[in-house]
Design a binder for this molecule. Sequence first.
Ligand SMILES: CC(C)(COP(=O)(O)OP(=O)(O)OC[C@H]1O[C@@H](n2cnc3c(N)ncnc32)[C@H](O)[C@@H]1OP(=O)(O)O)[C@@H](O)C(=O)NCCC(=O)NCCS
Length: 171
Amino acid sequence: MRPEGRGDCLVRPMCPEDTAEVGALEAVCFSLPWTDGLVSHELTVRGSFSLVARETLGGPVLGYMVFRVAADAMDVLRLAVLPGGRRRGLGTELLFEGMRRARALGAAEAFLEVRENNSGARIFYEKAGFRLVGKRPGYYVETRETALVYARGLMDPGGGPGADASGRPGE
Ligand SMILES: CC(C)(COP(=O)(O)OP(=O)(O)OC[C@H]1O[C@@H](n2cnc3c(N)ncnc32)[C@H](O)[C@@H]1OP(=O)(O)O)[C@@H](O)C(=O)NCCC(=O)NCCS
């Protein structure tokens, strides 16, 4: 399915052939990147789902997301867009497609952790309707940074850029 959005974006389940591209994206986007091995291992984890975003069919992977669904909860583990692809709606497309899929699997609420100093990601998630529900001091052991815990209901359309979790980002 081609999600609607402000740009031309294709979000698809990740396949093993995407692993090297996603590993390279991890290295660029995160201070503690997952290795190619971790990225491909995640594809084998029960209840875990990985999505990739492209702007054209067969084009380069510009963004990706990993989430897990257990019982009625969705846990967003990774979400990143290459620097050159940011602020074009790809992160939003990935997030809302992930939420739509998690809801179809029975999840009623989504959770995620963000580094306290990651102000760009915090604004991004708040715009997508997530609210701050807790703090975990020292969660990132290598830097002792605090993790902020965000949550969002998947059943209600509240919050965000006029969006719901049906896969339709807002205006
Ligand atoms: C967070 C991230 C995934 C956002 O991806 P993106 O494709 O740029 O997001 P979108 O284009 O869908 O942004 C939607 C809105 O979020 C907000 N936003 C996104 N990035 C922002 C930033 N750096 N600063 C302020 N607001 C931001 C804006 O309101 C934006 O709308 P606008 O461009 O019309 O102003 C991307 O910046 C990224 O990969 N960061 C590094 C990895 C990371 O921190 N991941 C999240 C923690 S796991």
